[in-house]
Structures are given as structure tokens and as C-alpha cells.
Write a protein that binds this ligand. Structure first.
Ligand code: PNW
Length: 498
């Protein structure tokens, strides 16, 4: 081989190498072709029309009517963003951003005012038909949450999630939804963030929520037990009666922080794993793990403490072998909400008894982490997003993961640069989980489409990529800079580099 041929080959090799490196760099920054981008809301937070056209009273209607002082700004969901009347505006702005899907929730009480199947409200069915059809006409996939915390008050009066009969009622509700909307809705989420809403039975969540019953370590465990059964009932109903014809997917949305050991001591590493089991595995393990049932460490610690308290049975109810099998595997994807991370060490905290105390962990945050100026719990921990996704990938048999919420709050500025950098850093970590760690993330849903009623924090904590002026009866939707950012990102299917 002559020296000129050799240098030619060398040059060629170099070109190929450099090109390859450049390609893998850009691949790391580019979303897979079939990756779904969307945005989310929940019925009580945006709809309003709380008693319009036959809608029944939910536990959130009930609580904030009875106790306006529970709300940070004395606001409630009576009118909210008035999406009950302005849903076409919502679809218009979704389309404007080029969104592939819209995750919204159905208000149980709009369809079944008391929660009972013998009392169907046609106007409620009509409203969701209109919304679903408007979305489909605009090429946007509906991703529908059945339950985003607004239980019919009628069912709460029977004990709500602490009464095992709730599973029967939830299955009835799911049937009505599949029957009426399943021809067009192909993505179903049974429950949103179980471990957030069960704090309504333990009064130890980070915010006041109905029914606000002070039974920590007992009421929340009962609710968890029954909601897992309710979820499985809705899943099996779909499997047995609707999947063949409707061909959709059914799953659940779980919220988890990332739990990082405070130090690399064996003790802290074990504590962080316990935290994951108590604050994520409690719901995920029965559904997504190979073995099913509650995580072993959860079973062990709660049983041990219950015994030491002199009880005749564990505060955490026990599933029969059949029920473990019935719940195990009831998913078609993993719905994940991520906002923040925590540092973990072992120790005792929380009410006695309570899930916090049962877990034998103490969490903290790093003071150097940036934070939302209005939501004290929301520290910006993007690397925790990657670690959480990868942990789920490795521990639960590599499920398809749909990010069903991720977002940032502020007081409501239109130049929301902090929200843009939150999205950017989290999407960057998401792509590392996909390309480096091999996780199957199939889509990303920004919380939230609109500034909306942030539960008992009212409008003091705004998560929207569109601003809503709630003193204006017309509730115009005004784009923030972050909506433009998402629009460009979705168009390019790439994270813009500065
Ligand atoms: C979610 N945490 O709740 C809910 O699904 C939304 O309805 C809500 O508006 C949104 O997040 C913003 O708060 C969360 O403590 C509750 O980490 C608590 C936490 C995260 C999300």
C-alpha cells in the first residue's frame, strides 16, 4: 500500500470516527421518532362548573365550601379556569404547541353525581364526548385519568377509600367510561398519585386534602389496600370485556421523588432503599414487580411495629395469595410523575404511628439545590429524574414508561425562564435514561397546560405554560415563554442547545 493510499485510508477512518461521534452526540439530544409530547390538567383544577348541568358534589367541592379557610387564597374549583365552557380554547393551545397528547381527568361526579351506576348524568357524558372529539379532530390523543382526587361525596360518606366496597363502585365507574368513550380513548390511567391522595386519611401530607381524617398509619393503609384492588378491578374489566374490541392501554400514575442516600454509608444506602419501598414500592411493587404484593421490608416493619403496639393484627392489611396474583401485572405501561428529590438517612420521624415512622427514614434536601419560590417542597433535582426512571426500569422489568407529569411552579410570570430551564434539564436527564441506561420512556407530559387551582394552595403556585388571569371572567389563556419553548422543542424533536 502506498503512503498516499495509507493516508487516504487514515483520513477516511478519521472522518468516519468524527462523524460517528457527532451522530451519537446529536442522537443523545434527539427524541425517538415515536416519542409522545403532551401536557396535563385535572378536572377539579381547571373545569369549574362544579354543579353545572347535574354534576354532583365531590369531596373537594365539599371541603373547600365547608372550609374556605383551608385554602391559601380562599379560592376553590367552582369556576377555576372554566374549561367546562372553554375546552375548545384548551384544545386550540394544545394544537398551537404541536402537542401529541392531552392528559386530562374525568370528574366522576359529572358522569355519576353520587358515584352510583344507576344515576348517569347525560350532560356530563356529553361534555367529555365534546372534549374527546375536539381533541381527535385536531389530531391530539386523549390520555384520560379516571380519578384525580375528586371522589363523589356520597361515597366519602360511606368511608371513601377505607371501605372495601369502593372497588365495586370504581369498577362500575370504569365500565361507564369504557362503554361511552373507549371507542376513541386508547390511553387510560385509573388513579393519579395514590400516595398523595391517601394523605387525606392520615393528615400528614404536605397539604390539606379531603376527607382530612386524622388516622395516620391506619386510615392511609386501608385506603392503599382498597385502591390497589379497585385499580386491578378496572384493569381486569378492560382485559375481559373491552380490550379485544377497543385495543387500548390501561395503567396507573405513581408519583415519586428520587431518594438519594445522604452519604455512601451502608446505613444510608439501606435507608434510601427503604424510602423507595415505602414511598414508591408501596403502590408499584404489588402491580409492577415479578413477585407482587407489598415490598417485603414494608410488610416486615409495619407488622413488627403493629405487634409492638399490642395490636391483634397489622395496621397494613394482608392480601390473600389470590389477590396478590389478581393485582400483579395489571399495567400496560408505567405512568410516572416526577418533581423533586430528597436525601435520606435512617431515623425516626412523623406521627406515631404513621407511614413516615414505619419507614424508619428521615429525609432532607441539599440547601444548594435551586427551589421554586412558591412551592417549598419543589427543589430542582434533574439528575434524580434519570436515576428514578432507571431504577424503575431495572426493578420492574423494563416497562414502557410514560411521564405523566413533570413541571415547575412560580407566582405567574410570562417570562418564565426558570420553568424553561426546569423542562430543559429534566428532558436532558430523561434522554440519558433512554440512550445511556436503556430505559423505555415513551412520552413526556408537562404539568401543566394552564395555571390552575393548585388544590389548597389556590392560584398562589402556578404551574401553567399558559397564564390564566382568574380575576377576568373570560379567563383568557395567555402564552408564557415556556409554551413557545415547548412548541419549538416539539417541532425540532430535539432539546435546543445554547
Ligand atoms: C401533583 N410532592 O401532585 C398532582 O398530580 C397535580 O394535581 C398537582 O397540581 C401537581 O402535582 C403539582 O403539585 C404532587 O410532594 C403532590 O413531591 C406532591 C408532590 C408532587 C406532586
Amino acid at each position: 500500500m502506498g503512503s498516499s493510499t495509507r493516508s487516504c485510508l487514515l483520513l477516511l477512518a478519521l472522518v468516519v470516527l468524527v462523524h460517528g461521534a457527532a451522530r451519537s452526540r446529536s442522537a443523545n439530544n434527539r427524541f425517538p421518532d415515536d416519542f409522545l409530547f403532551g401536557s396535563a390538567t385535572a378536572a377539579y383544577q381547571v373545569e369549574g362548573g362544579w354543579n353545572a348541568d347535574g354534576k354532583g358534589e365531590s369531596i373537594w367541592d365539599h371541603m373547600l365550601h365547608e372550609h374556605p379557610e383551608y385554602s391559601a387564597d380562599r379560592q376553590n374549583g367552582d369556576v377555576a379556569d372554566d374549561s367546562y365552557h372553554l375546552y375548545k380554547e384548551d384544545v386550540r393551545i394544545l394544537k398551537e404547541m404541536g402537542m401529541n397528547h392531552y392528559r386530562f381527568s374525568i370528574a366522576w361526579t359529572r358522569i355519576m353525581p353520587t358515584g352510583e351506576a344507576n344515576n348517569i348524568n347525560q350532560a356530563g357524558i356529553d361534555y367529555y364526548n365534546n372534549l374527546i372529539n375536539e381533541l381527535l379532530d385536531n389530531g391530539i390523543l386523549p390520555v384520560v385519568t379516571m380519578y384525580h382526587w375528586d371522589l363523589p361525596q356520597w361515597l366519602q360518606d360511606l368511608g371513601g377509600w377505607t371501605n372495601p366496597i369502593i372497588a365495586d363502585y370504581f369498577e362500575d365507574y370504569a365500565r361507564v367510561l369504557y362503554e361511552n368513550f373507549g371507542d376513541r380513548v386508547k390511553w387510560w390511567i385509573t388513579l393519579n398519585e395514590p400516595l398523595t391522595f391517601v394523605a387525606g386519611y392520615s393528615n400528614d401530607g404536605y397539604f390539606i386534602q379531603p376527607p382530612w381524617i386524622n388516622k395516620p398509619g391506619v386510615g392511609d393503609y386501608l385506603a392503599i389496600h382498597h385502591l390497589l384492588i379497585a385499580h386491578a378491578r378496572a384493569y381486569h374489566l378492560y382485559d375481559e370485556q373491552y380490550r379485544a374490541t377497543q385495543q387500548g392501554k390501561v395503567s396507573i400514575t405513581i408519583q415519586s421523588d428520587w431518594y438519594e442516600p445522604l452519604t455512601n454509608s451502608t446505613e444510608d444506602i439501606a435507608a434510601a432503599d427503604r424510602a423507595r419501598q415505602f414511598y414508591l414500592g408501596m403502590i408499584a411493587h404489588p402491580i409492577f414487580s415479578t413477585e407482587g404484593d407489598y415490598p417485603a421490608i414494608v410488610r416486615e416493619l409495619v407488622d413488627k411495629k403493629s405487634k409492638a403496639e399490642g395490636r391483634t393484627r397489622s395496621r397494613l392489611p394482608v392480601f390473600s395469595k389470590e389477590m396478590v396474583e389478581y393485582i400483579r401485572g395489571t399495567y400496560d405501561f408505567f405512568g410516572l410523575n416526577y418533581y423533586t428529590g430528597k436525601l435520606v438517612t435512617s431515623g425516626e420521624t412523623g406521627k406515631n404511628p404513621s407511614r413516615d415512622r414505619d419507614s424508619e427514614v428521615v429525609t432532607s434536601v441539599d440547601p444548594s439545590w435551586p427551589a421554586s419560590s412558591v412551592s417549598p417542597w419543589l427543589k430542582v433535582v434533574p439528575w434524580g429524574f434519570r436515576k428514578l426512571i432507571t431504577w424503575i426500569h431495572e426493578n420492574y422489568n423494563a416497562p414502557d414508561i410514560l411521564i405523566t407529569e413533570n413541571g415547575f411552579s412560580d407566582a405567574g410570570t410570562l417570562e418564565d425562564t426558570d420553568r424553561i430551564s426546569y423542562f430543559k434539564s429534566h428532558l436532558t436527564e430523561l434522554l440519558k435514561a433512554v440512550y445511556v441506561d436503556g430505559a423505555n420512556v415513551i412520552g413526556y407530559t408537562a404539568w401543566s397546560l394552564l395555571d390552575n387551582l393548585e388544590w389548597n394552595k389556590g392560584y398562589t403556585q402556578r404551574f401553567g405554560v399558559y397564564y390564566v388571569n382568574i380575576t377576568d371572567p373570560a379567563r383568557p389563556r395567555i402564552p408564557k415563554a415556556s409554551s413557545q419553548f415547548l412548541k419549538e422543542l416539539i417541532q425540532a424533536r430535539e432539546i435546543p442547545q445554547d
